[in-house]
Design a protein around this ligand. Structure first.
Ligand code: SF4
Length: 329
């Protein structure tokens, strides 16, 4: 069908994740190296180029956008981009994934720009552990950012925590309690091989272990009634009315067969998978005023060629050259 982005496995893609910068004010070990050369400013797509790309992608079936990075709030004037994208006819949802460090000052402007859903990364409530994982300080700023997002009216606010064995087991319960207290949705994400550090399967603190810990130390859980099989998170609700919690079991229960996502990097490369080894340069097309039909064709072909999914659980897995901060989470 002309107005759907379908790959050879029949997966329909409506979800575009746009990275607006590779810069970050943290250096999380599971995401990026400590020393890093960032992209030149001139390499980054302008807001106008991003909006142009979205306008081409919408008639192909893209209706959901998430702004990512790096840390997207490092990109000056981000609310203006959010507003430009939210105003494109056919876009029904614009979300943001942020580390929260700069959120306190921009939450209201982002909300006013039309953003409604926000995911904030927070792996721990312990300042020393935060410094160890992020290689920077900033826990208080993140908490301030979360509370500012709440005041601004964002709903839902999801808190994303990466779960690493030997590192974050003790964080699960305090984070869950914090989320319950503030009406946030906590989401625990199995640790993936997409950063600069050496990944080992033994370091994954698995979904079933997190669930067992939550049930034992917080409250019993049952799957939510409106469970969406296309969403990456398995969602549960506390039976005591304490809200929801999500588990993203990227390793132990890969959800690739229901994947609906494509990614545009900050430097204008289209990637049909987080772990893709190939990418297509759309910046060149955008900067040479290529016909929209040509850009649309490139998007269609990129999605059509998508592989079955990551092969982290096999010996065939090859880690992409780009680390997470340069792809967009
Ligand atoms: S690994 Fe690739 S195919 Fe699997 S869910 Fe993530 S983006 Fe989709």
């Amino acid at each position: 069908m002309a107005n759907q982005l379908i790959d050879s496995f029949g997966r329909v893609h409506n979800n575009l994740r746009i990275s607006v910068t590779d810069r970050c004010n943290l250096r999380c070990t599971y995401c990026m190296p400590e020393e890093v050369t960032f992209m030149e400013r001139s390499e980054l797509l302008s807001f106008e180029e991003i909006a142009h790309f979205v306008r081409v992608a919408v008639p192909l079936g893209i209706d959901k956008i998430r702004l990512t990075g790096g840390e997207p709030l490092m990109r000056r004037d981000l609310p203006r981009l959010a507003q430009m994208i939210a105003a494109i006819p056919g876009i029904r949802d614009v979300g943001l994934t942020t580390n929260g460090i700069l959120l306190a000052n921009s939450a209201q402007a982002l909300y006013d720009a039309g953003l409604r859903r926000i995911n904030i990364s927070l792996d721990t409530l312990d300042p020393a552990r935060f410094r160890q994982l992020a290689r920077r300080d900033g826990l208080e700023k993140v908490i301030d950012g979360i509370l500012a997002a709440k005041r601004a009216g964002f709903h839902p606010i999801k808190i994303n925590a990466v779960s690493i064995r030997g590192m974050t087991e003790a964080e699960v319960v305090p984070l869950a309690q914090f989320a319950r207290l503030h009406g946030l949705e906590m989401r625990f994400i199995e640790y993936m091989p997409i950063g600069a550090d050496h990944w080992e399967r033994d370091k994954v603190y698995f979904a079933h272990e997190i669930l067992e810990q939550l049930e034992r130390q917080v409250a019993p859980l049952v799957p939510v009634d409106d469970y969406d099989p296309r969403a990456p998170a398995m969602e549960f609700r506390y039976t005591d009315g304490g809200g929801r919690v999500g588990i993203i079991a990227s390793i132990s229960r890969p959800f690739c067969m229901s994947c609906n996502r494509v990614r545009l990097t900050a430097d204008g490369k289209l990637r049909n998978c987080l772990f893709a080894l190939d990418e297509v340069d759309v910046k060149k097309l955008l900067r040479t005023n290529a016909p929209e039909s040509e850009i649309a064709d490139v998007i269609r072909k990129n999605v059509a060629a998508k592989w079955e999914g990551h092969e982290i659980n096999t010996s065939r897995f090859i880690k992409p050259l780009r680390t997470m901060h340069a792809i967009g989470g």
